[in-house]
Design a protein around this ligand. Structure first.
Ligand code: NAG
Length: 409
């Protein structure tokens, strides 16, 4: 019975094709229409109901399904049949696992992206926090058991290039992206002012400003007594100060100490000591006071022994350059007052008379010397004896001869 029915159908088909031919719609079929043809997992296009003889419909698999076999075009014929060969069959396997993991991106769950992952399920991706899209597509679709679509390509957000602070450095070197941490350091002798590190944030900005490296400060230095310092006030590494001593003073110590990296001074404050003048010798027959070395601006005084007279300056001052203001004086024997010869007499030698000079006195004939015959000029400028006097010679009183009488009695 079954083979019999098949034979009838085949005969009818052969008959129809022989009398009409393909693509023909005789008048008697024109009014009749085809019923809508529904094929699972497909979408229809190019035609709209009511379907008349000659209408052409195109079928395609719905998104997520792929054509396995069958025709994609069907034509309404004979007012009743859709011809075009085998029906379209679409394969629509579900995806057995969720959307694949993509580096630096994450799946936006919900809104169509949830299990079970049937064919056509679409899942969206978004870049991770601090990352931005550089390529690829935001979605993947489950197509017949496989997730399809180019993967979203996300890179970490880049932060602007950082420059190391002057007299400092940063690690690690750039370029820097989220969430890099950059650390700053200052060279020896410099202090970091500001934040010691900064982070590249998700929005491409730095969390902290680049700090500055300021030089270490050394405390201000006091000027030494009898000296000066330049400059005044605190000094920063690696600078220094210059010490000077006033005129007449010599420096003992370093004149230009420097401020060291640890904020201390390389040398202590020097001292300024007065210039020393060489000791002065006492003049011959004299003395000097004080004895020994004398320092600026002091001086010495000279004296002569008694009987000597000072020739030159009685005092000398020690000058700023270490020399003496005056030479050592000379003590010469002092003169005694000029002596005058006694009346009716003479002296020798004639003046002026120096120390230890011996003067001899004589009287004229007929005169007798009363006093010393010589005097010596003493150390104190006085004479050892006064000048003598010369008195006339006295004749003796005549006495009458014995046994004679005075004539003039
Ligand atoms: C960037 O992000 C930080 C921290 O989240 C925020 O403080 C800053 O205001 C943001 N800057 C800009 C320009 O959006």
């Amino acid at each position: 019975m079954r083979s019999h029915a098949w034979i009838v159908v085949i005969l009818i088909l052969v008959h129809l094709s022989s009398i009409e031919g393909k693509g023909k719609c005789p008048k008697r079929f024109k009014k009749r229409g085809c019923r809508p043809l529904v094929i699972p997992n497909t979408v229809r296009s190019g035609c709209r109901p009511p379907y008349k003889c000659g209408d052409v419909c195109r079928y395609a698999c719905v998104p997520g399904c792929v054509r396995q076999r069958g025709a994609t075009v069907r034509t309404c014929r004979y007012g009743r049949y859709w011809i075009g060969g085998k029906r379209l069959k679409c394969s629509c396997s579900p995806c057995t696992s969720g959307p694949p993991v993509i580096r630096n991106a994450n799946v936006v769950w919900g809104s169509g992206c949830s299990a079970p992952f049937t064919a056509g399920t679409t899942c969206s991706y978004q870049c991770d926090h601090g990352h931005s899209k550089v390529g690829g597509a935001e979605t993947k679709m489950c197509v017949d058991g496989v997730w399809r679509g180019s993967s979203l390509d996300c890179d970490a957000v880049q932060c602007p290039t950082l420059t190391a602070p002057e007299f400092g450095s940063l690690t690690p070197p750039g370029p820097h992206s989220y969430p890099n941490l950059v650390t700053f350091n200052c060279e020896t002798g410099y202090v970091l002012t500001g934040a010691g590190d900064t982070t590249c944030q998700a929005n491409g900005t730095w969390s902290n400003l680049v700090p500055t490296c300021t030089p270490v400060q050394c405390p201000a230095r006091a000027a030494p007594a009898n000296g000066a310092v330049h400059p005044h006030g605190p000094v920063s590494y690696p600078n220094g100060v210059t010490f000077t001593c006033n005129t007449g003073y010599v420096m003992n110590g370093a004149s230009t100490p420097t401020c060291r990296a640890d904020g201390t001074w390389s040398h202590p404050v020097p001292t300024c000591t007065p210039v020393q003048c060489p000791a002065r010798a006492a003049p011959a027959n004299g003395a000097v006071s004080p004895t020994g070395a004398v320092s600026y601006p002091n001086g010495v005084t000279f004296t002569c022994n008694s009987g000597y007279v000072l020739n030159g300056a009685a005092a000398a001052t020690c000058r700023a350059d270490g020399t003496w203001s005056h030479p050592v004086p000379v003590c010469t024997a002092g003169p005694c007052p000029t002596l005058s010869a006694p009346n009716n007499g003479a002296l020798s030698p004639l003046g002026p008379h120096g120390y230890q000079t011996v003067v001899t006195f004589t009287c004229n004939p007929g005169y007798v010397l009363n006093g010393v015959t010589s005097a010596t000029c003493q150390a104190d400028g006085t004479w050892s004896h006064p000048v003598p006097t010369c008195t006339p010679v006295q004749c003796p009183i005549l006495s009458p001869p014995i046994n004679a009488q005075k004539m003039f009695q």
